[in-house]
Design a protein around this ligand. Structure first.
Ligand code: RNT
Ligand code: ZN
Length: 419
């Protein structure tokens, strides 16, 4: 059994240390408690979904590995998410893709999906104190090919326009029933493998398609559009580039989604926050870990995530940034992967909330740049981990490494029995 008094004692010491440099620890914890991450359902089953077709994952994204125990049914996805919830402090959201509908064994094509196919998700989410977000799905479908909303064939474009409007309608129904607007994220892989000469044409088509999609107004939806540098097999051209969607989002005052794996390898998304928030109402993030490419490795507490969290907090933007996770590792225990990434994101946010920001700002304002750098370095070693342990303890979830054995137990009892 855990030594609870040890946790509280360490917390008290840590708190003192922070308070000595002007940090309000209680306030930081209250803020952390209020942050809901949007958990990505697709980590449970390697982005497969429940369409009852044999489509392979396409669209230039890939889940590699075949660790046993992936969720094979909606019930298994829900069971796994319930487990993740039990290992994660705080109240969170769940982001669904259109291919995760409850189609009852029927084949429902993408241009036929309805809110009713997601009603069982809405009901389940309610019982489990989760709010839902949604994504249209343009990949893994016979009509996806290399292009969808930007395709030169109007029939193909119209099919995907219909799908996306329906997806937004489903998000609207979720938002209405849960009394919290659902984020709807639009990402399409559209692009070409080799030198593309009609870029302007495809981007005009994409814009036209989006205009038709967003002509439908849904009160319970917060819309976002996600750019990307390139996908595998689509290396030379991506219709939905950063410039394209930035222009579109600003013009239409919808959200831009910044995925950590969707920019040049050394380009970090943290520095985009304070620029974009001057021109957009809100932002959506896809917290991920690219290794050499947009590989969607499990999120860890690395500099990219820490800097991202710092920037959100320093810009006082917690209420305008929707934090979604987006990674899919099929090579390790999937529930463990889920929890590692979600906890890493929370730890980064906590560190940011515990920054001695008043002192740092004062140093900066006084041109005391040595002092600023020195304090930033010292702050790295402050006992934030004791505060996070206490946060887990208060939320009745495993503290520290205890989630490892909890995950192993679940593997033994549940996921290892799936063939
Ligand atoms: C792909 C995008 C997109 C997807 C999910 C499944 O590169 O990041 O967000 O990962 O929609
Ligand atoms: Zn993404």
């Amino acid at each position: 059994m855990k030594n609870d008094s040890g946790i509280e004692q360490k917390y008290a010491f840590a708190k003192e240390k922070y308070e000595a440099i002007g940090v309000n620890v209680d306030a930081a914890l209250t803020q952390l408690q209020a942050i809901s991450l949007s958990l990505h359902c697709w980590q449970t089953d390697d982005v497969t979904g429940f369409e009852n077709t044999n489509s392979q994952l396409s669209g230039g994204i890939q889940a590699t590995g075949n660790y046993p125990g992936k969720a094979r049914t909606i019930d298994e996805v829900r069971q796994d998410i319930e487990k993740v919830k039990a290992l994660l402090p705080g109240d969170h959201r769940l982001s669904l893709h259109a291919i995760y509908g409850d189609f009852g064994g029927k084949k429902v094509d993408r241009d036929q999906i309805e809110p009713e196919h997601f009603q069982s998700w809405i009901d389940w989410a309610k019982t489990n104190n989760l709010k839902l977000d949604f994504n249209s799905t343009s990949f893994s479908h016979p009509k996806s090919g290399d292009q969808t909303l930007s395709h030169r064939d109007k029939g193909i474009r119209d099919f995907w326009i219909e799908h996306t409007v329906r997806s937004r309608r489903i998000a609207d129904e979720m938002g209405r029933q849960q009394e919290s607007k659902a984020c709807h994220n639009l990402w399409v892989h559209d692009g070409q493998k080799d030198i593309t000469v009609d870029r302007f044409l495809y981007r005009s088509y994409l814009k036209e398609s989006l205009d038709q999609i967003f002509a439908h107004k849904f009160d319970n939806v917060k819309d976002s559009v996600e750019c990307k540098l390139f996908g595998t097999g689509l290396e030379s051209f991506t219709a939905g580039s950063h410039e394209f969607y930035l222009g579109y989002a600003v013009q239409n005052q919808i959200m831009a989604t910044l995925d950590m794996g969707h920019f040049h390898p050394t380009e970090e998304i943290y520095d985009k926050i304070s620029s974009l928030l001057l021109f957009l109402p809100e932002l959506m993030l896809h917290v991920s870990r690219p290794v050499r490419w947009d590989s969607d490795h499990v999120v860890i507490l690395n500099d990219s995530v820490i800097m991202l969290a710092q920037e959100i907090v320093r810009a006082n933007a917690l209420s305008r940034v929707n934090i979604g996770l987006d990674y899919f590792d099929a090579s390790i225990n999937r529930i463990g992967a889920y929890v590692i990434g979600a906890r890493a994101t929370q730890k980064a946010l906590l560190q940011a909330l515990l920054e001695p920001i008043h002192l740092l700002r004062a140093y900066e304002a006084n041109d005391q740049y040595f002092e600023r750098l020195a304090l930033l370095e010292e702050a790295k070693a402050l006992p934030w981990a004791d505060i996070y342990d206490y946060f887990c303890h208060k939320n009745n979830v495993p503290v520290g490494i205890d989630f490892i054995s909890e995950t192993a137990k679940y593997e033994k009892q549940v996921t290892s029995k799936r063939n």
